[in-house]
Design a protein. Structure first.
Length: 433
């Protein structure tokens, strides 16, 4: 039994490789190999593929190869859509004859890349295609338009085995059942060249932020031994950079400190996903400095106390400032430290967002702007639908942060957002950052 696992193209107005790896797909790959499948990976976002090495950035990040594929003028948006990933010629170079193809998905607004990838696969191979991932889980009905033969939402491995048994018409023993997160690790050996990797030490998030859906998956942690064993294995593969992409890695501080103490040397570590300020303490900061952490992002989102409370209450200004002080006192500078700010939150004013930018910079931290995205399935989404502000049938593409502010009445508007972005760029070019 041969399985081709595919990480699809991105269709978007912009995209950048911040250690993007299809971790869920790599978990499935390991499970299938244990079940005696012959597995091959086609990661169209792998910048080590020929033609996709557009530009290398710091610490294993970088730009994707891209091509303009259309315009968004029909939506009244003056932007161009691009395809990000390896050139289309990569499909002619696939030396593998699969019996089944599994395609993953990430952001809901990237569905265009999923559709195109499945179309290209269907033209190249005449075998069943299974589609799963985050987009499918959030928008299962929309995903049925993808052209895939089977669409699987939620945690993939148990359901995938059910579908595979239908396809192959025989029992396929699942190696570890529902305990896959602890007992199976992502199969990075499928990459011919690996410079950087992503590790998850937890799954989900205990907070209930109104703009997010991570909490809907619940929250669970891996054992310290399992995490360190995986990282040691990745070190042997020669990785130089490792990004922890947990949604709430600091929640269990005792456990995280044990991980920090056991981290192997010789790797640069990164926390790009926004850590929770309330859990930062002196010991954690000292250990991160000792263990060579080069990227630390704090989830601040907004400095407006009312909006902080309304969106879930995960941070306060006092907690954020204290976390920054602790990290700076342990040697971190704005070269490593950044704070995520959401601009365009419902109810957020232009003046409030500008004040947030100024406050972060005054603390000696780099601001990283995230344009507010309305995520299907979030509390904000359900409220917007119930009020008739958006339709459930709306194209997910235009809900993306870079696009929704052109038309959504609850936003401060694209002109104000662009002005804030220009102001941040001025600070980056000044001596202050």
């Amino acid at each position: 039994m041969k399985a081709l696992l595919v990480n699809p193209y991105i269709h978007d107005v912009s995209a950048y490789d911040f250690w993007l790896k299809p971790v869920g797909l790599l978990y499935i790959a390991k499970a299938l190999r244990v079940s005696n499948f012959d597995v091959k990976l086609l990661d169209l976002l792998d910048r080590n593929l020929p033609g996709n090495d557009a530009h290398d950035g710091p610490y294993g990040t970088g730009k994707f190869h891209s091509e303009i594929i259309g315009s968004l003028k029909t939506y009244g948006i003056p932007r161009y859509m691009k395809r990000y990933g390896a050139p289309l010629s990569i499909f002619d170079e696939i030396d593998f004859d699969p019996d089944v193809i599994l395609v993953t998905s990430m952001m809901t607004y990237w569905y265009g890349g999923v559709f195109e990838t499945i179309k290209l696969l269907k033209e190249r191979f005449k075998v069943p295609v299974i589609l799963g991932g985050n987009y499918v889980t959030l928008l299962p009905d929309h995903a049925k338009k993808s052209g895939a033969d089977f669409v699987i939402s939620g945690d993939g491995i148990p359901k995938i085995y059910e579908v595979l048994e239908k396809i192959f018409r025989k029992k396929i023993p699942e190696p570890v059942g529902i305990d896959w997160f602890e007992k199976i690790t992502p199969d990075y050996s499928l990459y011919d060249k690996l410079d950087a990797a992503v590790v998850h030490t937890t799954y989900g998030c205990p907070f209930r932020c109104t703009y997010c859906v991570a909490w809907q998956r619940g929250f669970k942690s891996r054992s310290v031994g399992s995490v360190i064993e995986e990282i040691e294995s990745l070190k042997k593969m020669g990785i130089k950079d490792l990004a922890f992409y947990d949604d709430a890695i600091l929640v269990d501080k005792v456990r995280f400190k044990e991980i920090l103490k056991a981290l192997p040397s010789g790797i640069r570590y990164h926390l790009p996903n926004g850590i929770h300020a309330i859990y930062v303490d002196e010991e954690i900061a000292a250990l991160m400095m000792k263990k060579n952490f080069k990227t630390i992002r704090i989830g601040y989102e907004t400095g407006d106390p009312y909006l902080q409370k309304q969106t879930g209450g995960k941070v306060t200004n006092a907690a954020f400032e204290k976390a920054v002080d602790i990290l700076k006192n342990n040697g971190f500078t704005n070269k490593e430290l950044g704070a995520y700010l959401i601009i365009g939150l419902p109810g957020q004013t232009f003046e409030s967002a500008m004040e947030d930018v100024k406050s972060v910079i005054d603390l000696g931290v780099k601001p990283f702007l995230n344009e507010y995205t309305l995520i299907p399935g979030s509390v904000d989404w359900e409220e917007a639908v119930s009020k008739g502000e958006v339709s459930k049938d709306l194209d997910p593409l235009v809900l993306k942060g870079a696009l929704i502010h052109y038309w959504w009445k609850n936003s401060m508007g694209i002109k104000h957002i662009e002005k804030i972005k220009r102001k941040v760029q001025e600070f980056y070019l000044s001596d202050r950052l």
